[in-house]
Design a protein around this ligand. Structure first.
Ligand code: HEC
Length: 93
């Protein structure tokens, strides 16, 4: 058990120490992928009950709240909600 714990510590340190630039680039690539997925899903889900509202209509923190509500209404999987949220925020924080 102790050995496994040390192995995990070494792994975490190793990952953090390796190429911070590569980790950042991977995060950016994941975000772009989410954005593209969100752009595809946005009209599919969000135009079911009303006009699909554009991302520019609300600030990112407002979209966090609205998406919680709309996700519940539309019963969508968490992964899809995350993608649509990324799309609506459009790279804004
Ligand atoms: C199942 C139907 C349904 C789906 C699907 C749905 N909505 Fe809604 N939406 C509503 C209803 C009903 C209201 C107004 C009443 C309320 O707030 O509950 C609303 C209101 C809104 C508002 C207005 C909030 C405000 O304060 O003006 C926004 C923005 C919105 N929805 C965005 C979205 C987005 C983005 C999606 C896709 C992720 C979505 N909705 C999907 C039913 C839905």
């Amino acid at each position: 058990m102790r050995k496994i714990a040390w192995l995990l510590v070494a792994l975490v340190i190793g990952m953090g120490g390796l190429h911070p630039g590569a980790v950042y680039a991977q995060k950016e690539a994941d975000k772009r992928q989410l954005f593209r997925e969100g752009a595809r899903l946005w009209p599919v889900y969000c135009a079911q009950c009303h006009n699909a509202r554009p991302g520019s209509e609300f600030a990112p923190y407002q979209w966090d709240q609205i998406m919680m509500h709309m996700r519940g209404l539309s019963n969508m999987p968490a992964e899809n909600a995350r993608a649509i949220l990324e799309y609506l925020k459009g790279g804004r924080e």
